[in-house]
Design a protein around this ligand. Structure first.
Ligand SMILES: [Zn+2]
Length: 483
């Protein structure tokens, strides 16, 4: 995502460096991908919904499992606002089982009736009820609410509207990390989706996957989506969208903006198609056949990324001629490569996707506005970064989100500093090795979760050189303190 409260040059996010053991996930085998069949009915007026999901979970952990863990993120007091996601019932292989949220109420462990051997599957059915955060006057009622799970006058945003399988990492198990007030929350693995959404007539639904059908019935309008190789599935419903569509390589880009913001929509399409073309060439082809750019009210964030769909804050759409608007679009679209396709732990190592997305937007400016512009942006980043590190010597680009005291520091060190780090690597090894390494990283880790070690090792291997000084300077805190 991108923090918007601080203006153009302030971005944010963070990480830590820490583990340097490589824990790359086993490569994806299509037959062992988990599958979600989701059916959700939305009451557009009240901002509530009911849903059911049938999840086929394949145990690819390598160990027998006695428990499968889901995450119900909207129950966090952070990021999602005062909305809720209540689990009504759970069935495993058709038999009812008891399940209750634990931790910060975003963790849902489900005990299996019998251990699930490796390479075996379990069918888990969950019914649930959701209530979105209500923005009655166009703004949130609590300060940490991004607006990603919110009901506003003309849009409903439904981030994490369904119980999603927690990420499992051999050695550390299921991800039960509490949601914090800074950065992003969802670390998850690739799955396939069939999603049906019912809304009242006149409401349009946009989803992460490809829309495969729209049917009318007495119950309303039914939208059907299919999502292949998706790390998450986002939905937005709105009753006041104008749309534009254009192809960028093999990816169809569509904007859903308020009719009055047609200039922003036109700029988003132009920046979006150019950004995708540049990234296709430099990193490898976009993994998704369609990406939607959707305007919604947001707070604290200028944009937020999801697989196949990005959000742009309505407050930035009034004047799309600013450089920052192009940065929002090119940053969020870069997350289709860094986050959606190549996954990472967004809490422990948030810099992995945020530094890459931020630096991708610098590359976008370099290729479109010219090197003078990109150099000027990098100079601003460097200043923000250096000031923040001087104030917080216990933090570095690779610090985890929970270490950061606020959005501004997170942005200055993880986003701005992360982009400076990548630029330093590029200067040290040259364009040819730098872009070869990013392409290789994308090729190797697409549809998997990568770690910092994976990215750094790819740079080192590609250049055949020692980059430890650069790694240490940017990624390690000058002062180490215990948490
Ligand atoms: Zn981002």
């Amino acid at each position: 995502m991108m923090n918007g409260t601080i203006r153009v040059v302030t971005f944010f996010l963070v990480i830590l460096l820490v583990s340097v053991v490589v824990t790359a996930q086993p490569s994806i085998s299509p037959q062992f991908l988990s599958h979600y069949t989701i059916d959700v009915k939305i009451d557009f007026v009240t901002g509530t919904f009911t849903g059911s999901e049938d999840v086929t979970y394949w145990n690819t952990t390598g160990s027998a499992l006695e428990q499968v863990v889901f995450r119900i993120y909207p129950n966090s007091q952070y990021l999602y606002g005062p909305g809720t996601l209540h689990v009504d019932a759970v069935h495993v292989q058709g038999a009812a089982v008891a399940a209750a949220p634990t931790g910060d109420h975003t963790v849902l462990p489900i005990d299996l009736p019998r251990p699930l051997p490796p390479q075996s599957r379990a069918t888990i059915a969950v019914t649930f009820t959701g209530k979105l955060s209500r923005w009655s006057d166009g703004t949130p009622t609590v300060p940490s609410d991004y607006g990603i799970y919110a009901a506003t006058a003309h849009t409903l945003t439904l981030a994490s509207f369904y119980p999603i399988l927690a990420a499992y990492t051999p050695g550390s198990g299921w991800d039960r990390t509490p949601v914090g007030p800074i950065g992003d929350a969802v670390t998850s693995d690739i799955a396939n989706y069939d999603v049906t959404v019912t809304v009242p007539a006149g409401v349009v639904v946009v989803g992460s996957g490809e829309r495969t059908g729209v049917t009318q019935s007495s119950a309303g309008v039914q939208y059907q989506f299919v999502g292949q190789l998706m790390r998450d599935f986002m939905l937005v419903a709105g009753d006041n969208f104008a749309t534009r569509t254009e192809d960028a390589g093999n990816t169809r880009l569509t904007t859903y903006f308020r009719p009055n913001d047609h200039r922003a929509a036109a700029t988003a399409i132009e920046d979006g198609t150019r950004a995708i073309a540049i990234y296709n060439k430099l990193f490898g082809a976009c993994a998704y056949p369609k990406v939607d750019i959707v305007e919604v009210p947001l707070a604290r964030a200028a944009g937020v990324e999801y697989p196949g769909l990005i959000l742009v804050a309505a407050s930035y759409c009034a004047d799309p001629s600013t450089r920052f608007f192009s940065i929002i679009i090119s940053h969020e679209l870069a997350h289709q490569w860094w986050y959606a396709a190549v996954g990472n732990d967004v809490t422990a190592e948030p810099w992995l996707d945020e530094a890459l997305a931020t630096y991708s937007s610098v590359i976008y400016l370099e290729k479109t506005a010219g090197p003078r512009t990109s150099r000027a942006v990098l100079a601003e980043f460097r200043e923000q970064y250096q000031r923040a590190r001087a104030t917080h010597p216990n933090l570095a680009v690779a610090s985890p989100t929970y270490r950061f005291p606020n959005d501004a520091t997170y942005s200055a060190i993880v986003y701005s500093g992360g982009a400076c780090f990548l630029n330093a690597v590029r200067v040290a090894i040259g364009d040819s090795a730098f872009f070869a390494a990013l392409s290789e990283y994308y090729r190797l880790f697409k549809f998997r979760r990568a770690t910092a070690h994976d990215l750094l090792a790819t740079f080192t291997h590609t250049c055949g050189c020692d980059l430890d000084k650069i790694y240490t300077a940017y990624l390690k805190p000058a002062v180490v303190t215990t948490p």
